[in-house]
Design a protein around this ligand. Sequence first.
Ligand SMILES: [Zn+2]
Ligand SMILES: [Zn+2]
Length: 136
Amino acid sequence: MKDEIDKALENRDIRPTAMRRLVYQVLSRERKAMSLVEIEQQFENVDRSTVFRTLKTFQDHLLIHSVDDGSGAVKYALCDEDCTCTVEDQHYHFYCVKCGQTYCLKDMPIPPLRLPEGFQPENVNFVIKGICPNCQ
Ligand SMILES: [Zn+2]
Ligand SMILES: [Zn+2]
């Protein structure tokens, strides 16, 4: 398991540290996106700013992407190994209005955008709201 984590980190040019391994492990355990507070709650005695810095490093190296699901807290989820976080690589997210969980729908890529001339997309935010399988 440790080897797998190190490989995933090194694949994104991130030097594995104890903290980075732990945060990666938390995110890979779940298929859902997690907020900074939710991730922090997985640890005892960990400084929030340390977790935040780790997430920032992960995001800078395209290991994770952030999701704004409208809940007020930014959430984070792992990217696929070959993700480049361009608009073409982004997918729909599903926000469950009952449990508040946000899921990556990686099998549902964002359809090609046909924007009016002069508009250059950098980031899209497609969130479907509804009831997840766990809450039905
Ligand atoms: Zn739910
Ligand atoms: Zn996602």
